[in-house]
Design a protein around this ligand. Structure first.
Ligand code: NAG
Length: 314
């Protein structure tokens, strides 16, 4: 390092400060872009499938891509009374779909059999909801189909949703939700999600934040933002089911057990307090910068400092 650079007392703290700000932006970039999440380009419109009386089958204008499988999760085989109506509404509308209810036990067996590299992470999750989050990404990747939260009732046949290679539902007011999702097997988005789970397995001290960031909708939204930057072809796009219009919806949200309902609100809170956090950030940076300046001055101008000391003693 050139000596004359070091002699400028502000040079080193400035470079360090610049690096900290840069790294900070890189780390939080995907969370920041979520705050400015516009209505999405790949929106799915509501469509009523047509029913052919002759064949007794429903059809859509586009070919079916996603296999007719419904996935749901519960801790065991006993679905509680309050969710039975919702569960039945989906089953009754789709008698031609295969149905898989993933329990704690069958989920673990599945991971152990098919994705043993993930079993340790899966077992180490501190909250059962995290396993319930993870298993839905794995089964969608493995079998394809549509995952539906147990507190979501079905209002309409889902056939039109089978014509998109992969889709998730928009969360209000920002990001995407993991409450209802559909995919073809081995779609690049859910492959990515599955592989990234390990990288995001971090405990934040506060349970809610851990769940949200490690496996829940915030995690999914961040991977979605990253994926949007990589995805190239149409078949790789992730499609977004927008909030339902009255009378034009596939699902009927009973808002029951959903642990994740507040996630989007929390992101929104951060958004609303954006200015506040920015100002705090700049204040911390200013204090840091000024302190480093003092330290550097001390180091690189010892003579000056000593002279002051000397004069002070006089
Ligand atoms: C499932 O769990 C509930 C409560 O935890 C229990 O009452 C019920 O017997 C369990 N069902 C089965 C099939 O083990």
């Amino acid at each position: 390092m050139a000596v004359h650079t070091l002699r400028k007392p502000w040079a080193v703290p400035l470079v360090v400060l610049g690096l900290i700000v840069f790294i900070g932006i890189v780390i939080t970039f995907d969370y920041i872009v979520l705050l400015f999440d516009p209505a999405t380009d790949n929106a799915i419109d509501f469509e009523v499938p047509s029913f052919d009386k002759a064949t007794g089958k429903y059809s859509t204008s586009n070919p079916q891509l996603i296999p007719k499988i419904l996935h749901q999760t519960w801790k065991n085989e006993t679905v509680p009374e309050q969710w039975k109506t919702a569960q039945a509404s989906c089953l009754d509308l789709h008698p031609d779909f295969e149905y898989k209810l993933w329990t704690d036990a069958s989920s673990r067996d599945f991971i152990e059999q098919e994705y043993p590299w993930f079993l340790e992470t899966f077992d180490s999750y501190p909250f059962p909801i995290m396993r319930a989050d993870a298993i839905r990404y794995f089964v969608l990747n493995h079998f394809g189909g549509i995952y539906i939260d147990l507190d979501e009732g079905c209002v309409s046949r889902l056939d039109p949703l089978l014509t998109y290679p992969a889709w998730v539902r928009k969360a209000d007011p920002t990001g995407i939700s993991n409450s209802v999702m559909g995919s073809t097997p081995h779609h690049p988005f859910f492959m990515r999600v599955m592989l990234e789970l390990k990288n995001y397995d971090f405990q934040w001290g506060v349970p809610y934040i851990t769940v949200m960031y490690a496996t829940g909708p915030l995690f999914l939204s961040v991977i979605w933002k990253q994926f949007k930057r990589w995805a190239v072809t149409d078949s790789e796009q992730l499609w977004i089911l927008m909030p339902a219009e009255p009378g034009a919806s596939y699902f009927n949200d009973l808002h029951g057990s959903s642990w994740h309902e507040d996630d989007a609100k929390w992101i929104k809170y951060l958004g609303l307090h954006w200015l506040f956090f920015t100002i705090i950030g700049f204040m911390i940076a200013a204090v840091f910068g000024f302190t480093s300046y003092l330290v550097m001055r001390r180091i690189y101008y010892p003579r000056v400092a000593m002279k002051y000391k000397y004069l002070g003693q006089e």
